[in-house]
Design a protein around this ligand. Structure first.
Ligand code: KG4
Length: 357
């Protein structure tokens, strides 16, 4: 995003202050079908249908995800419009996740949004899922205090598919200054949980069990990667081999030590995440710090961020739990800023499985 465009967008925010802009957001990048309605920055509804079908496979099965999206999308959009208390004709534009994500899943949301835009004669707005995660911090809730972050700020984006540090200069002006060179933090949680026999997605289970365990009991490897990048594949392998070796000696090693294993694993992931975030804050001199993505629901990470905020005098913003996971509210708010910037796309738009910010 060029600076020039952002300035234009900022000024249009001022001039369109009193105009009612209603955006329908659609999210279908992975295994959650979601639709949301936003009026200016205020959320009116956010409906998420999570797909249970993947649980028995221990991970998302792309073809099943795509089929479930097809079944869910119309009822989910219908409910979002009803809960918002608006009519279809009130919607100013439809915003959808174009990528990154699973192609078959993205195709469902993209096709639906295109059809909705065509049938209603309203603009179509494509949204980068990662940008959506960051802009979720700007969602306003009716009659609640509103304290969005101030620009520039750093956002630690940690989800099932991404681990990045993003320098956010403006609503639509973002730069990735550090990212994982292999697996994401969420993947490390989920894969390590899987080898311990925990259900998918494992992150919340590790979080729950970690609260009961000793985080200093076991030590796992931390990557030595230069600059602000991350790596989690080494930790995953280290954890797997550690279990394999101990299981040889003690077949019930996991059951006996599950809580300490979870606590030690979680501590290692948090230490890795925080080390680079602290480095980024120091390098940029930015003290406005935010977090986004599914892993930001982790209670250990939240506590560690709070501690660092006190120590380093950061102004820390953590989004509401509901907006950290995959959801369409974040797509709708991004759509709102793009609407003000008149960033629309045509019917020839196609989804992308992999995209950069
Ligand atoms: O952003 P998100 O909803 O979507 C994807 O990236 O697909 O993130 C999902 C990830 C999963 O890896 C899940 O295990 C992780 O977020 N997650 C957690 C917690 N809640 C969700 N990881 C650790 N602790 C949690 N409490």
């Amino acid at each position: 995003m060029k600076k020039k465009n952002v300035r234009k967008e900022m000024s249009s925010i001022k001039t369109e202050k009193n105009k009612e802009i209603i955006i329908l957001g659609i999210e279908s990048s992975c295994d959650d079908t979601s639709a949301a309605i936003i009026k200016n920055r205020t959320i009116l509804s956010n409906v998420v249908a999570s797909q249970k079908v993947h649980e028995e496979y221990g991970g998302v099965v792309p073809e099943l995800a795509s089929r479930a999206h097809q079944q869910n999308i119309i009822p989910v959009v219908d409910l979002a419009i009803k809960r918002a208390g608006i009519l279809k004709k009130d919607i100013s534009a439809v915003a959808f996740t174009r990528g990154p994500g699973l192609l078959g899943s993205l195709l469902v949301g993209t096709s639906f949004a295109k059809g909705f835009s065509l049938a209603s004669g309203i603009p179509l707005i494509e949204v980068n899922h990662l940008q959506g995660h960051v802009l979720a911090l700007f969602i306003k809730e009716k009659d609640k205090e509103y304290n969005p972050p101030q620009f520039p700020f750093l956002c630690l984006l940690v989800s099932g598919g991404n681990s990045q540090i993003i320098l956010v200069r403006d609503y639509l002006d973002m730069e990735v200054i550090g990212q994982t060179i292999d697996d994401a933090a969420g993947e490390a949680f989920d894969k390590c949980a899987k080898v311990m026999g925990l259900p998918y997605p494992g992150g919340p289970h590790v979080d729950r069990l970690a609260k009961l365990g000793n985080p200093d009991r076991f030590e796992f490897s931390k990557p030595r990667i230069p600059n602000l990048d991350y790596s989690f594949s080494g930790l995953k392998t280290n954890f797997l081999y550690f279990l394999r070796d101990n299981l040889k000696e003690e077949p019930d090693f996991i059951e006996k030590n599950q809580e300490d294993l979870c606590a030690s694993l979680q501590k290692t992931i948090i230490d890795i995440l925080l080390a680079k975030l602290k480095k980024a804050a120091k390098q940029t001199g930015i003290k406005e710090i935010t977090v986004a993505g599914g892993v930001s629901a982790n209670s250990g990470l939240r506590n560690a961020l709070q501690e660092s905020a006190e120590k380093y005098h950061w102004n820390l913003q953590i989004p509401k739990f509901e907006y950290t996971m995959d959801n369409a509210a974040m797509i709708a708010i991004t759509g709102y800023f793009k609407f003000l910037n008149k960033e629309f796309v045509g019917q020839n738009v196609v989804p992308f499985a992999r995209t950069q910010l």
